[in-house]
Design a protein around this ligand. Structure first.
Ligand SMILES: O[C@H]1[C@H](O)[C@@H](O)[C@H](O)[C@@H](O)[C@H]1O
Length: 584
């Protein structure tokens, strides 16, 4: 068997990727190992997989298999299978997603059942708002630093640090008898949420094989939306239990203890070990992750990581951080990645999902449903189920496609809700919803249905895709790049959480929903022009795509060809030979 594929040479022209990516090119594999007479020839249209030679066209961008810690073409082509070790690491990291969901989800039920337990009086609306927003504020603060901390202390230690914050935060809340202790507990818990929300997807994307990177990252989102669902479920169950909210908060200690304990026995990502110069450990983790892969490829992989690690100059941590920030803003592909990463996170929050989750209870009450917790369960259940659907679609159908299905769907649902609100005649007097036409209302039913439709389209696209943010950035700026994007998410969450009610009062629910519909529509345009298809692409190819524009057409073609290529190589069950390894 003879396979020459030391370099993947893409015909994406640097100056005009759109025009050249569809040009025909060919890939040849000569398969002679099993039978000297057997020759297999594969022709792929847009990529040529061959040895780079001195005769290479100058205008071709060479996409070497030196691109990301667990993502070389060697690895991904010959080791697509998931080892139990990667599955375990993914599930343990995803517990952070569960914490994120549970901790942001339980508060709406807790606020109802707290009653007069704090300061012996009913919480004012302002106090409720502070208790709710404290977690978003805490998350915003730590998400700014978590990317740097991940590089300095390691992803694993940061996750363990977040576990400590969860514990301290939960204990403060469970034992709270004053409003300020409760708010402090929520803030500290938010510190943990901010760290976890950034590190878990980063951790997963660093250990995931390329073709299922999207899916594995969505597992974190699944746990997140599952956490919200569990929080609503437990909240509904504990609504009428004395001090039920303390139990609700106390339950959050279980997953965090499980994660902490598991992390004690698990390693960090290979990239982190390489950053710290611990090549032995990096090799060991790679071997456990890719059990069918030979020593040579693992060695090669570690060498690649070492090369990548040297790219940011600086002797001290602050100097490196500063140089990374400069690199993030001055390299055009990084800047575009930043625009996309922060843009998607802002869209996720500013299209109103989180405020809708709280508000849905009130809306359902207006049409005769008295149990608002049950309503929240339906809405967050839809969020969970459609995140599950996104799990199956994100790599196969592609991130861009599901975004461009989700956002117009959200716009349509929000427009219908806005119209229905107009006819329902709902008004806000202080914090109380006043419905002009009381009793059963068909407009109310329309609102309920379309809020569920909104939830479905949201979860399918924009609720899930922004958390794929790690793949936008090259290794050297990934920590800080994802910090920016995560901080945008929490800043958006904070702004929306603290202005939603004011919006309802000042511009009416119909106006508020029309406003969100407008933003969803603009977001569709943004994604249409700025979000390339990244499923199945090597991380270095992502940089190539973003080099001189957003190159949507080129990205779509490249993603398609990559999928075909992997399918075909898989069908033929190629194994890397000694000769092949020597070639690379
Ligand atoms: O991706 C998640 C998810 O969609 C949650 O339901 C939402 O509450 C979060 O704000 C978001 O980041």
């Amino acid at each position: 068997m003879r396979i020459n594929m030391p370099y993947l040479t893409s015909k994406v022209s640097q100056s005009n990727a759109n025009d050249t990516v569809d040009d025909a090119d060919s890939v040849e594999f000569d398969n002679e190992r099993d039978s000297p007479t057997k020759t297999t020839k594969i022709t792929l249209e847009s990529h040529e997989i061959r040895r780079a030679s001195a005769n290479d066209d100058e205008d071709r961008i060479q996409i070497k298999p030196v691109n990301d810690e667990d993502d070389t073409s060697v690895m991904i082509t010959f080791n697509q299978s998931l080892s139990p070790f990667i599955i375990i690491l993914t599930f343990v990291a995803s517990i952070s997603g569960f914490m994120f969901g549970y901790d942001t989800g339980y508060i709406s039920s807790a606020l109802i059942s707290i009653g007069t337990d704090l300061d012996n009086k009913v919480l004012t609306y302002r106090e409720k708002e502070i208790v709710t927003a404290a977690t978003s504020l805490g998350a915003l603060i730590t998400s700014i630093f978590a990317g740097t901390a991940a590089d300095v202390f390691g992803r694993k230690r940061c996750l363990m640090g977040s576990n400590l914050m969860f514990v301290i935060g939960a204990i403060l809340q469970v034992s709270a008898h004053t409003f300020w202790q409760m708010a402090a507990g929520r803030l500290i818990m938010g510190f943990g949420v901010g760290i976890g929300s950034l590190i878990a997807p980063l951790f997963i994307s660093e250990i995931a094989p390329k073709m299922i990177r999207g899916r594995l990252t969505v597992i974190n989102s699944l746990w997140l939306t599952g956490g919200q669902l569990v929080a609503y479920g437990c909240g509904a169950g504990l609504n009428y239990v004395n001090n039920g909210w303390r139990i609700l908060v106390g339950l959050s200690l279980i997953p965090t203890a499980v994660q902490f304990t598991c992390l004690c026995f698990l390693p960090d990502t290979p990239r982190y070990y390489v950053m710290k110069g611990n090549l032995e450990k990096a090799t060991e983790v790679l071997k456990r992750s890719y059990t069918d892969t030979s020593e040579e490829i693992i060695k090669r992989k570690v060498e690649e990581l070492v090369t990548l690690n040297q790219s940011i100059p600086g002797k001290s941590v602050p100097e490196k951080v500063w140089n990374t920030i400069k690199e993030l803003h001055t390299v055009p592909s990084n800047l575009r990645a930043l625009v996309i990463g922060c843009g998607l996170q802002a869209i996720q929050q500013f299209t109103g999902w989180n405020s809708l989750m709280y508000f849905s209870g009130t809306i359902f009450e207006t049409v005769g449903f008295k149990n608002s917790s049950a309503v929240s369960i339906i809405v967050s259940g839809t969020n969970f189920i459609f995140t599950l659907i996104a799990f199956f679609c994100i790599d196969k159908i592609g991130r861009r496609t599901i975004l461009l299905i989700g956002l117009p769907g959200m716009t349509m649902a929000l427009v219908v809700c806005s119209i229905a609100f107009h006819y329902l005649g709902i008004k806000f007097d202080g914090t109380v919803a006043v419905v002009v036409s009381s009793g059963f209302s068909s407009w109310g039913i329309v609102i309920i249905i379309f809020i569920i439709v909104f939830a479905a389209f949201y979860a399918l696209g924009i609720g899930t895709v922004p958390w794929q943010q790690s793949e936008l950035f090259p290794q050297n700026v990934r920590g800080i790049g994802t910090s920016y994007a995560t901080a945008t998410n929490w800043a958006g969450s904070l702004v929306i959480a603290s202005t939603f009610l004011t919006m309802l009062q000042n511009i009416t629910p119909a106006g508020t929903f029309a406003f969100f519909a407008g933003l969803s529509c603009l977001s569709t345009i943004f994604c249409y022009f700025c979000y390339p298809e990244l499923s199945g692409l090597e991380l270095e190819e992502v940089q190539t795509i973003l080099k001189d524009g957003f190159n949507i057409k080129a990205s779509k073609a490249l993603a398609k060809k990559r999928k075909q290529q992997v399918v075909r190589v898989h069908e033929l069950k190629y194994e890397p030979t000694q000769e092949f390894i020597e070639d690379i």
